[in-house]
Design a binder for this molecule. Structure first.
Ligand SMILES: O=C(O)c1ccc[n+]([C@@H]2O[C@H](COP(=O)([O-])O)[C@@H](O)[C@H]2O)c1
Ligand SMILES: Cc1cc2nc[nH]c2cc1C
Length: 566
């Protein structure tokens, strides 16, 4: 049965099939595009103006274009103070002249003379001045996008200036941007309050020069760099090259194909929220693998840790052996969870670390590379049968190891990474923190400052299951299979894997966020939002398995929901 596509009454009414049929359908006609590029190429910093007035309607069109500029978090922080009073323009011109003389004095005589030759009379001549101001009184943290780039509001105002400039050029008006002011002088001149800053003075009027090339270029101050000198491929060209990643994310057409496929369902696009985003990821992987049935396997990896001698776990080490044995007969939590979710199950003993982190490295470099290789083989084997690899671990004491590894990989203090593990009390948390601090101090003393390579971190403060799990992520990704992470330990292992091969990040799903302290931070660094948040601390891949069941339901929804006509 094919249903009518529910066309939304709001927003974008195009369908995925329309967009796919004509990817260039958003372009303007050829002549309009040519005109646009002509305007961009012909924009000049104009310094000489005719005294003729500018029609207020034209000024308004130009300012409205400025107001159409992009702004961070749609904050529209710009304000345009339009100055026509000749007395104010005179005072601004005098201030700029003063700065020009002051700067010329500090330059070598030749450059100074050329600065003095520069035309600044535009401030007096142009009938209008526009002081562009940025209202910065909203806290950066309150604006989407400014918490991380606090100056993005100023850049938004610069975008507005560029819009104004291009619109003015199209109208035949000239604009000259003058920043030869002391900030506070200009701000006082037009009376802006505290917390509002100016981006300079724009002279606006009919031009009395029509320069074919930039004035500073003609005056020999500078030249337009060839465009190829400012475009780098992939990375800054002076930087040392990143380690090559052999892994590739699913091709763009697979990712877009997965989304397009979802667009024709009889449900609002993206209605499954975060689950939809992860289903897109798995669908893209399945398209590349030319697979139609979503199946998965839980890989449960066990490890043993001499750090337990420091009293960091509420349980005896023998629990690890019990869980291993129970797994073999299908009675561990992980084994039962896998069966309940319809996943295949494999348990692997990765062995015992040889050091306690505090007095010696957990593993040798050779052990680490052997264990990673072993993991690669296991992950690739899972990937040869299944698109989903749920990851789990068991290892009494390994939350202390996971915390230390997270601290080393992310440069965090012990207090930010130590958690309750399988059931620590306050005294044990204190002891765990001291152990992590001691391990970090040993690493810093032995290796000095600077980041360790992921393999070095695994050797210094890792453990066998962490190496095997990191390898399993890489091995699965190499076959195009997606790894579903469980608690802190599997996530830290995935972080190490992504440090080894950045391409692996596209093949990860955060199954859950556990109660372990550092888990949220590690997931943030992986750029992953957790599907579930149940305060689990079961380990053994129980959370990953629950998330896999949900992913498989999501994939089945995708396949089962009725299709609509394009
Ligand atoms: O997955 C988690 O976030 C998680 C949180 C707390 C404990 N665990 C499990 O408990 C064990 C480690 O806890 P601990 O206190 O001995 O470090 C290990 O076998 C994990 O599978 C797991
Ligand atoms: C019983 C038990 C089972 C576990 N499975 C993973 N970690 C564990 C810790 C304990 C204590």
């Amino acid at each position: 049965m094919t249903w009518n596509r529910p066309v939304p009454l709001l927003g974008d009414q195009t369908s995925a099939s329309e967009r796919a049929a004509e990817v260039e359908g958003w372009a303007f006609p050829q002549t309009a595009r040519e005109t646009f590029y002509d305007v961009v190429a012909a924009r000049r910093d104009v310094r000489r103006f005719r005294p003729d007035p500018v029609d207020p309607e034209t000024v308004r069109r130009v300012l409205a274009a400025a107001h159409m500029a992009p702004s961070v978090g749609h904050s529209q922080p710009w304000r345009f103070i339009v100055v026509s009073d000749p007395a104010t323009r005179d005072r601004a011109a005098r201030m700029a002249d003063e700065q020009r003389l002051r700067q010329a004095r500090q330059m070598d005589p030749e450059a100074g003379r050329r600065l003095l030759d520069l035309q600044l009379e535009g401030i007096r001549e142009a009938p209008l001045g526009v002081v562009v101001a940025c209202d910065r009184r909203t806290a950066a943290a309150g604006v989407l996008g400014r918490a991380t780039f606090p100056d993005a509001d100023m850049w938004s105002c610069a975008c507005a200036i560029q819009n104004l400039w291009l619109a003015a050029r199209a109208e035949g008006l000239g604009v000259g941007w003058v920043t030869l002011f002391e900030q506070h002088d200009l701000e006082a001149l037009v009376g802006v309050p505290d917390g509002v800053v100016t981006l300079g003075w724009l002279c606006l009027g009919w031009p009395d020069e029509r320069p074919p090339a930039p004035g500073l270029e003609r005056a020999g101050w500078s030249r337009r760099q060839p465009v190829d000198e400012v475009i780098f491929a992939e990375r800054w060209s002076e930087a040392t090259p990143a380690p090559p990643s052999h892994l590739r994310a699913p091709a763009n057409d697979a990712v877009v194909g997965a989304r397009d496929e979802a667009d024709v369902l009889l449900t609002p696009p993206g209605s499954l929220g975060l689950l939809d985003r992860y289903v897109d990821r798995v669908e893209a992987a399945m398209q590349e693998r030319r697979e139609s049935a979503p199946t998965g396997q839980l890989l449960l990896v066990a490890g043993r840790h001499p750090v337990t001698s420091h009293g960091v776990s509420a349980y005896r080490e023998s629990v690890t052996e019990d869980v291993l044995a129970a797994s073999k007969v299908g009675e561990s939590a992980g084994a039962v969870a896998a069966a309940a979710a319809g996943l295949d199950f494999e348990v692997v003993d990765a062995g015992t670390a040889t050091g306690d982190l505090v007095t010696s490295d957990a593993l040798s470099a050779d052990q680490v590379s052997d264990l990673i290789e072993r993991g690669r083989g296991l992950g690739a084997a899972v990937g040869s049968h299944h698109v989903l690899q749920a990851l789990g671990e068991v290892g009494i004491g390994n939350t202390t190891v996971a915390a230390t590894l997270a601290a080393v990989l992310l440069d965090l203090p012990a207090s930010d990474v130590v958690g309750l593990g399988a059931g620590a009390d306050t005294a044990m948390v204190r002891r765990k923190t001291e152990v992590v601090e001691a391990a970090l101090a040993r690493v810093h003393a032995a290796r000095g400052p600077g980041q360790l390579l992921p393999e070095e971190a695994l050797a210094c403060v890792g453990g066998p299951e962490f190496c095997v799990l990191a390898g399993a992520v890489l091995g699965a990704a190499s076959t195009g299979a997606v790894s579903v992470l469980d608690g802190l330990a599997t996530s830290v292992a995935a972080l190490a894997a992504v440090r080894i091969e950045p391409g692996a990040a596209a093949y990860l799903v955060a199954g859950q966020r556990s109660g372990e302290r550092a888990h949220a931070t590690v997931l943030e660094h992986l750029g992953l939002e957790p599907l579930l948040d149940l305060r689990l601390r079961a380990g053994e891949g129980v959370g990953a398995t629950l998330a896999c069941a949900m992913l498989i339901s999501g994939l089945k929804l995708r396949r089962g929901i009725g299709r609509t006509a394009p």
